[in-house]
Each structure stands twice: as C-alpha cells, then as structure tokens.
Design a protein around this ligand. Structure first.
Ligand code: C2E
Ligand code: MG
Ligand code: MG
Ligand code: MG
Length: 285
C-alpha cells in the first residue's frame, strides 16, 4: 500500500516536471517571435519620495502577453531570454521604448523623472550596452540623467573589472546606475566602493520582514553604508505604513512598492499621475 502511494507520488512529480519542461520549451520557442509579434509590454512602477511627498522616479518592468498562455512573468521568461541570448535584443527594445515614452511624458508636461531599466549581466557580457544606451538617448533626445540602469550583485559573476569599465563609460555619459536587490546577491562588500553607482535598492525581502529586530539591524546597516558611500537608498516592496514609518525613522526617504503604486501599463500610469495632481511634474531635483 505504502509502496504504491510512493510510486504514484513519484509519477505525479514526474508529470509535473514534464509539464514544466514542455512549458519551458514552448516559451523558449515563442520568445524568439515575441518582440516581432509585439507581445512584450512595458509596465511602469513609481518610486516615491516620502519626505517631499512626490514621485521621484519610475522603474520599467517587462511583461509578456503570450497569445495562448496569457501574462507570463519576467521571473519566468527573463532567465530564458538570458539563456538564449535574446536578452540583448529585448534590452535594446526596452531601452528605446522607455526613453521614447519618457520623452513623450516630458513633452506633454505629465511628469519629468528618471526612469530605470533592469540590466542583465548577459548584456554587459555582449559588450553592446554602451552602444545601445547611446542609441536610445540619441533617438529620444532625453537627458542622460533621465535614464537609470539597475544592475545586481550578479555582476560579480562576470568580469567585474570589465563591468566597471562599461559602467564608468555610461556614468561619463551622465546615465544613472543603481544596485538592485541589495543584500541578497553573491558579491562581497569588498568592492562596492569601486563600482560606480548612484543608489542602492534594499531588497524587498528585508522590507517584508522589517518587523523583526534582526532585519531592522540589516536595513539600518544598508542605509548607513549608502550614507557613507554618498549613495541614495531606495526601499523596494514597501506595502504598509508600518514599514514606511520604520524606514523613515532610519533615514530612508525613497520608497517603491504596492503601497504607493503597482507596476502599471502606460494608460493606468498616466491616470495615476493625474490623480496625484501637483505632486508629479515638479519632482525632479
Ligand atoms: P526587480 O527589478 O527587483 O523588480 C521588482 C519586482 O518586485 C517586480 O516584479 C515588481 O512588480 C515587484 N514589486 C514591486 N513592489 C512590490 C510590492 O510592494 N510587493 C511585492 N510583493 N512585489 C513588489 P516583476 O515585475 O515580476 O519583475 C521581477 C524581476 O524581473 C525584476 O525584479 C527584474 O529582476 C526582472 N525584470 C523585469 N523587467 C526586466 C527587464 O526589462 N530586463 C531584465 N533584465 N530584467 C527584468
Ligand atoms: Mg529592478
Ligand atoms: Mg529589486
Ligand atoms: Mg528582484
């Protein structure tokens, strides 16, 4: 009896693995056409300055509207895009789209902030990033300071010195750089001061658990590191007033999370901006 149950369980597990494998193959095949078929969407999530009570920036987050499978999360398809190398052409498209969109908001006086784009380590490896960024800036005509690149500690898994060289070139253009998901990656703190960045983003895992004294200690330490290195600090995944109160008491004023706004498509974002009235267009420092 027990043996049969065990075998059934094993078969169930097997079927589940098969299903996931088939889905992955399907996504891999379809991702090649997703760009050309215009199935990729860019959502925007606001970053909020809790001290001045105004928007301080936005983050571009990709979505894939698969014709048969519905919305596919970037957590699922970005790794596939990285494995297949498609991430380079996808990132080029995101950079151009984001800069164009930002230009349009500026021209219509809707909002004037810096918009960030997530960067995969594969794009640094391809050595195409600088060229792609210059192309997007030229084509859109936005100021380089209105574009930010979010990198992660995984850059330590590639050639750190080469990444630093590329980042220095981008910083030379005037583009902003932030370190995403800070505190969860592989890098040691050893070379944080050598990586040319403007901001640290505290990973949402810490914010979610910020009622725990030990996590509070880690958050405070990250805020202190940022202050010492003269970096801005942004809290990710902010969902409650308790979290905001705690973060502000420790000197973190930049927030991003569902409490302020979820990632939204352009229409929803523009309605959101209008609902905030005067707290948007004057926000750039
Ligand atoms: P990330 O850059 O750390 O983005 C933050 C993620 O947290 C987003 O998930 C966002 O929707 C979610 N989030 C924001 N506020 C809250 C909150 O208050 N509560 C909770 N529970 N979640 C919140 P999303 O959009 O699913 O993106 C997941 C990851 O996919 C991103 O993490 C980023 O690493 C990657 N990604 C997204 N777009 C791109 C892209 O264009 N290029 C690359 N290379 N990666 C991307
Ligand atoms: Mg990010
Ligand atoms: Mg993050
Ligand atoms: Mg993340």
């Amino acid at each position: 009896r027990a043996k049969t149950a065990g075998k059934n369980q094993f078969q169930l597990f097997d079927e589940e693995t098969d299903r996931m494998h088939v889905r992955k193959l399907e996504l891999e095949r379809d991702l090649r056409k997703a760009l050309a078929n215009k199935e990729l969407r860019i959502y925007y999530q606001p970053k909020w300055d809790a001290e001045r009570n105004c928007i301080s920036g936005m983050e571009a987050l990709l979505r894939w509207e698969h014709p048969r499978l519905g919305m596919v999360s970037p957590a699922e398809f970005i790794p596939i895009a990285e494995e297949t190398g498609l991430i380079v052409s996808i990132t080029r498209w995101v950079l151009i789209e984001v800069c164009r969109q930002n230009r349009s908001w500026q021209q219509r006086d809707l909002v004037h902030v810096c918009v960030s784009v997530n960067m995969s380590i594969r794009v640094f490896e391809s050595s195409m990033l600088c060229e792609m960024v210059e192309e997007a800036l030229m084509e859109s005509g936005i100021e380089p300071g209105d574009l930010e690149l979010e990198i992660t500690e995984s850059i330590a898994m590639y050639d750190v010195q080469d990444t630093i060289r590329q980042l220095q070139h981008l910083k030379g253009l005037g583009v902003r750089v932030s370190m995403d998901d800070f505190g969860t990656g592989y890098s040691s703190l050893g070379n944080l001061d050598e990586i040319p960045i403007d901001a640290l983003k505290i990973d949402q895992m810490f914010i979610r658990q910020s009622a725990q004294p030990s996590k509070q200690a880690i958050i405070s330490t990250i805020i202190a590191i940022a202050a010492h290195l003269k970096l801005e600090v942004v809290a990710e995944g902010v969902e409650t007033e308790e979290q905001i109160g705690f973060l502000q008491s420790r000197g973190c004023r930049m927030m991003q999370g569902y409490y302020y706004g979820k990632p939204m498509d352009v229409d929803a974002l523009e309605s959101w901006l209008l609902s905030k009235g005067g707290n948007v267009s004057k926000s750039i420092s």
